[in-house]
Design a protein around this ligand. Structure first.
Ligand SMILES: Cc1cc2nc3c(=O)[nH]c(=O)nc-3n(C[C@H](O)[C@H](O)[C@H](O)COP(=O)(O)OP(=O)(O)OC[C@H]3O[C@@H](n4cnc5c(N)ncnc54)[C@H](O)[C@@H]3O)c2cc1C
Length: 428
């Protein structure tokens, strides 16, 4: 495996080449910066509401960022824990805000079917596996989800989980059946094709350099062209830099990493004998899933650092073998990383600044469903259907203090990992 090897997703999806923006002062009703899930979902939400005079500007290629690199888990919730969401918003708003992500899970399934997007959907749910042997914590989580959020996460005993996941690492789990997993890049590219068909213009290799006010419109400039639009949506995830300070100063780019094994054939079921996606109860959890061609996709760790594929492979192989030592000797075919954008409060920032510019950013490591929810909210607001739900105003654009913030994030991460290790030692 070469350090520059493409991701498994890039290696298994076929791309349409789209042009770069080369015209000056091209007009549009709405201009969206970034063709990740947030930008694409906003564009499709607008097109589905009849607003088709929309341009999407992407610095690289569609799905280049986190949306085309992620673990492929599609499930309800946000990066902020549900218990914290409840504490901050209270019962009614917390439930309504959580509900938006469950609706988004359904909408992703519906859109994959409506636009005939073949994106390897596996409807087998998501399992939260108990790493520490804390049955009370698991039961409390289950009660919280049922009583406060109206969803049923099925308990799995230690023995039943051992039948599905052939490891002694876990002490039982909870199964969220409503979730699924998929090939995120194929989905992103499928949504882009649906946008092409609806008449939305997508320009690739067109990095936005500046957004300036021009009367009641905005001028959005790229190296070789510009758009004049009534509305602008900033959806640049953890990759945007030097374009729109009010949003960028409120997010930090944080990396996480993924590998895929070679196809394992019958050997897969020596380790994973179910189709669900799995993550565990640590702060720095592993997240993994079996792929339809019998590979395992394995993700984990967070850091402020970009790493090369060789280092990612070494670190994640160690993590994989810690859970499934019986897979000693399997080869990794792909290793990659990606940046997520995080806000201090761990909730997405969805709204509009005083200068009229809209934003959808800071989805963190739990963003597939929330970006789709955000796209619907922004599209409905821009189309004049309804305003952004008021609870999102509680999670404002708090400054993150650049490099100082990054250093603090890395220190917090190391502190939490130490906490995980201590908790594990106590649980033995
Ligand atoms: C490795 C990894 C694993 C993850 N696993 C999961 C998971 O299993 N489930 C889950 O729910 N979430 C997961 N996440 C999080 C989830 O992928 C993200 O929260 C979500 O995809 C964010 O979407 P986005 O559109 O905001 O950002 P992105 O997908 O990063 O898109 C932003 C886009 O904006 C473009 N851009 C930036 N600046 C400019 C500019 N100046 N001009 C034009 N374009 C620009 C970028 O090139 C990029 O394509 C994971 C993230 C990573 C990195």
């Amino acid at each position: 495996m070469q350090p520059s090897a493409p991701s498994f997703y890039e290696a298994t999806a076929s791309r349409t080449v789209r042009p770069a923006l080369t015209t000056r002062n091209e007009e549009a009703e709405v201009c969206i910066v970034g063709a990740g899930f947030a930008g694409l979902a906003t564009a499709l939400g607008l097109a589905e509401r009849g607003v088709r005079d929309v341009v999407v500007l992407e610095a690289q290629r569609v799905g280049y960022g986190a949306s085309g690199r992620n673990g492929g888990f599609v499930f309800g919730g946000y990066s902020l824990e549900c218990a914290d969401l409840l504490r901050i918003l209270g019962p009614q708003d917390a439930r309504a805000v959580y509900r938006l992500t469950l609706d988004a899970v359904d909408l992703i399934r519906t859109r994959a079917a409506r636009y005939a997007i073949d994106c390897d959907i596996v409807n087998a749910g998501v399992i939260l596996a108990d790493w520490f042997g804390r049955p009370h914590a698991l039961a409390a989580q289950r009660d919280l989800m049922r009583q406060s959020f109206g969803v049923e996460w099925e308990p799995i005993s230690k023995a039943a989980l051992r039948d599905r996941l052939k490891t002694d690492r876990y002490h039982g789990g909870l199964h969220e059946r409503h979730g699924f997993h998929f090939h995120p890049l194929k989905y992103a590219l499928g949504i882009a094709r649906a946008l092409d068909a609806a008449g939305v213009r997508i320009y690739e290799r067109s990095p936005v350099l500046r957004i300036e006010r021009s009367g009641d419109r905005h001028m959005i400039s790229t190296p070789n062209g510009s758009i004049v639009a009534r509305h602008v949506v900033v959806a640049g995830g953890g990759y945007i830099k030097g374009v729109y300070r009010p949003v960028e100063r409120a997010v930090l780019p944080i990396a996480t990493y993924v590998v895929t094994t070679e196809p394992l054939g019958a050997r897969l079921s020596d380790a994973i004998a179910c189709d669900a996606a799995v993550y565990d109860t640590r702060f720095s959890f592993d997240y993994y899933r079996p792929l339809p061609d019998t590979r395992i996709l394995w993700g984990g760790r967070i850091s402020i650092f970009e790493r090369n594929a060789r280092d990612i492979a070494r670190l994640l192989m160690r993590d994989l073998l810690r859970v499934y030592p019986q897979l000693e000797g399997v080869k990794l075919d792909h290793a990659w990383g990606g940046f997520m954008s995080y806000a201090r409060h761990k909730m997405p920032q969805i709204g509009r600044c005083a200068d009229g510019i809209w934003h959808a950013i800071a989805f963190g490591g739990h963003g597939v469903a929330p970006t789709t929810a955000a796209g619907e909210m922004l599209a409905a607001a821009i189309a004049g259907e309804r305003p952004i739900p008021a609870p999102f105003a509680r999670f404002g654009l708090e400054p993150m203090y650049g490099r100082l913030g990054l250093a603090a994030a890395e220190a917090t991460y190391l502190w939490k990992i130490a906490g995980d290790a201590l908790a594990q030692r106590r649980s033995r």
